[in-house]
Design a protein around this ligand. Structure first.
Ligand SMILES: [Fe+2]
Ligand SMILES: [Fe+2]
Length: 159
């Protein structure tokens, strides 16, 4: 759940950065709308962490800064590149949530409810990015993103 919480911290940073950079009013509105849902995710995962007697990752400020920087860079390239980055991120997050759902014990209904709702929302965010004209992320960048998310996942388990 701490990993999921870190992911939502990054989602906040990403969407906020991209909304700040774009000059397209309509896109900004769309990004802020998604950011609002990510805010809900952040609150739900934080609540689950508390209920489970766990703390959030100590590295959250670092993750936030990193995601903010990457979001800014992607958005500076172009709106469509920025959306491509959203799509790829949301896809990777959905896959992670899917595997987490398979690992979660059947009796932990509150966690399962949070993770499945988030998975549905992230899938919708990815589809919305495609509808808005997302350009596919180039394969090397996709590999880098996968590595970054592995590092994030592995460290957030412990720190
Ligand atoms: Fe989310
Ligand atoms: Fe999302």
């Amino acid at each position: 759940m701490r990993v999921n919480h870190v992911g939502e911290v990054c989602a906040q940073a990403l969407y906020t950065a991209q909304a700040m950079v774009t000059r397209d009013e309509h896109l900004r509105e769309h990004l802020l709308e998604a950011a609002q849902e990510e805010m809900d995710h952040l609150a739900w995962t934080h609540q689950r962490l508390q209920d489970l007697g766990e703390r959030p990752s100590l590295l959250n400020p670092l993750w936030f800064a990193g995601a903010f920087l990457i979001g800014t860079v992607a958005a500076k390239v172009s709106d469509r590149a920025s959306l491509g980055f959203v799509e790829e991120t949301e896809n990777q997050v959905s896959l992670h949530l899917k595997s987490h759902l398979e690992l979660l014990p059947a009796q932990d209904a509150p966690s399962r409810a949070v993770v499945s709702q988030m998975k549905a929302d992230e899938e919708r965010h990815a589809a919305a990015a495609v509808d808005a004209g997302a350009l596919p992320v180039p394969p090397p960048a996709r590999v880098l993103m996968k590595i970054a998310s592995k590092v994030m996942t592995a460290t957030a388990h412990h720190i």
